[in-house]
Design a protein around this ligand. Structure first.
Ligand code: MSP
Length: 513
């Protein structure tokens, strides 16, 4: 098994503040990063901001700022997501950093040198006031005028560098064929393969209509196309063009996590740029779905943009993280609703997981003064619960390989449900009435607490703060849960007999509505 894991988020445009879509991708990456650490791998987890290009330049002009001033302001909102959402990223990259200029220009030069990037002419329909090119298709949908401002457009030509994407059709198709897991989910893979099989045009990779970008080497007036610049962040973050220990250890990336709207850039253009420059293409790209909000598209004009900081303040990072990954099959679109978030947090986290822990600790306190008893002889329900624990651990492992967060979470909730049923069925409160049952009572409480311990561990990539608190309660004086190895700590029977546990621990208080 490969013992390293490199995962990336897209880098976010600094023309606007973070919303639920950004939080979603970043949280998904964080869960995978945490899980792979628990599997004993060395993990690199990169996120950052995309600061060049027309979008940022325009938005800065509207605000009366220079693009750099805007970037410097907005970047703090993205950096602040890590502490707010308990994100464990190892790196943060801004495309305006000097190290990134060096990296992009190096990659570009390699393709210039081998003829894959050549100077040509870009011709298209241009809206002068908006300074934007439009395709025939976009114009057709807007009655022949500029789709944003409705004014007439004119045919324009500008010198542009092109990347010979057409040359990479066969190599890309071969790469997809040889690496069936490269693009996930499967349906998205089929779309990309069909797109590439349909033929590829060369791609314009520079602009003269814009100054806010990385200069094309030795070509005054040309700046590198923002997507060429942005994609390269994934290698800059590891030290490219230097062959740093990070670069040689972690490249190629295991997963570029992206939204479905930007899959083509990652699964077609990016591997082609890399192949051309003699750098290995990434091993995987996973495209997730989009969120609507209460059934509607999220937009500023509707005023329904979900602010992740606001969600964390209201419900806590754990509940927000849990909801986003529990609610929909990862890969599909989903609908965000605070009502549903509260319902799930209360019915699953508070009533099921929180309750299992707190009531078991309560009984341990009452009947054993808080000292964990040694389990005695196993009876049928005990063996069944232990088997459920093993099944849950295996199911989470398989689900995380598949990047199916919803499956992992339902496996944990199923274990918790079974553990609560076990407590109902074995009736420790009834056993406690007769001293002759003391051994049996100890076994039952041991098993209930052990199920809670295992659940806390398996939930920890999703709910790191609550899991840590559960861990402190169940493994007093132990190392933090985020350092635990799932193979060792995930084995049934890890709860230490004799340990002194608190008499209560409420990690998921009920959210009042
Ligand atoms: N800067 C580019 C990415 C460059 S990566 C080399 C970009 N930035 S973005 O800020 O516009 O979007 C970043 C991510 O947010 C994308 O993966 C996109 O899919 C995601 N989302 C934006 N709105 C979303 C929802 N409503 N729901 C889920 N994700 C969404 O694109």
């Amino acid at each position: 098994m490969k013992d390293t894991f490199y995962i990336t988020t897209p880098i976010y445009y600094v023309n606007d503040v973070p919303h639920i879509g950004h939080a979603y991708t970043t949280i998904a990456c964080d869960v995978l990063a945490r899980w792979h650490r628990m599997k004993g791998k060395r993990v690199y987890f990169l996120t950052g901001t995309d600061e060049h290009g027309e979008k940022v330049q325009k938005s800065a002009t509207q605000k009366g700022l220079s693009p750099r001033q805007l970037a410097d302001q907005v970047v703090t909102n993205f950096q602040g997501l890590s502490p707010a959402l308990t994100i464990s990223n190892t790196g943060f990259i801004r495309t305006t950093e000097p190290r990134h200029y060096a990296s992009v220009q190096d990659l570009f030069r390699r393709s210039l040198a081998n003829g894959d990037i050549y100077l040509g002419e870009y011709e298209g329909w241009y809206c002068v006031p908006d300074e934007a090119y439009w395709t025939e298709r976009q114009l057709a949908d807007a009655g022949g005028n500029c789709p944003t401002c409705g004014r007439p457009v004119e045919k324009r030509k500008e010198p542009s560098y092109f990347f010979r994407l057409s040359r990479y059709q066969d190599r890309l198709l071969r790469y997809y064929g040889e690496n069936p897991g490269f693009i996930r989910p499967e349906e998205r893979r089929n779309e990309v393969v069909a797109f590439v099989a349909g033929g590829l045009n060369d791609l314009s990779v520079s602009r003269t209509s814009l100054s806010w970008g990385i200069p094309v080497p030795d070509a005054p007036g040309h700046v590198i196309y923002v997507w060429y610049d942005a994609l390269t962040n994934y290698i800059t973050g590891l030290g490219y063009p230097q062959r740093t220990p990070e670069f040689t250890t972690f490249w190629p990336a295991d997963i570029h996590m992206v939204g479905k709207d930007i899959l083509r850039f990652h699964a077609v253009y990016w591997p082609a740029f890399l192949m051309s420059a003699g750098v290995a293409p990434p091993l995987g790209v996973f495209a997730h779905g989009w969120w609507t909000v209460e059934g509607q598209k999220m937009s500023k004009s509707l005023g329904n943009v979900v602010d992740p900081y606001d969600m964390v303040q209201r419900y806590g990072a754990d509940a927000f993280r849990y909801f986003l990954l529990r609610e929909v099959s990862f890969g599909l679109d989903g609908d965000f609703s605070e009502r549903e978030l509260v319902r799930r947090a209360n019915s699953e986290l508070a009533d099921k997981l929180g309750n299992l822990l707190n009531r078991s600790l309560g009984m341990l306190g009452r009947y054993f003064g808080g000292a964990v008893p040694s389990p005695g002889a196993q009876e049928t329900p005990d063996a069944a619960l232990r088997d459920s624990g093993r099944e849950a651990a295996d199911a989470v492992d398989a689900a995380m390989e598949e990047v199916a967060f919803h499956k992992a979470l339902s496996a944990v909730i199923e274990l918790v449900t079974k553990a609560n049923e076990y407590v109902q069925a074995t009736e420790p409160w009834a056993l406690a009435k007769d001293p002759a049952n003391r051994g049996r009572l100890g076994t039952v409480l041991y098993n209930a607490l052990e199920a809670a311990r295992l659940s806390a561990l398996l939930m920890s990539p999703f709910t790191p703060t609550a899991s840590q608190r559960m861990w402190e309660a169940l493994v007093p004086g132990g190392a933090p849960v985020e350092g635990a190895r799932v193979d060792a700590a995930g084995a049934w029977g890890g709860l230490a007999a004799g340990a002194a546990l608190p008499k209560s621990c409420i990690v998921f208080p009920k959210i009042e509505t």
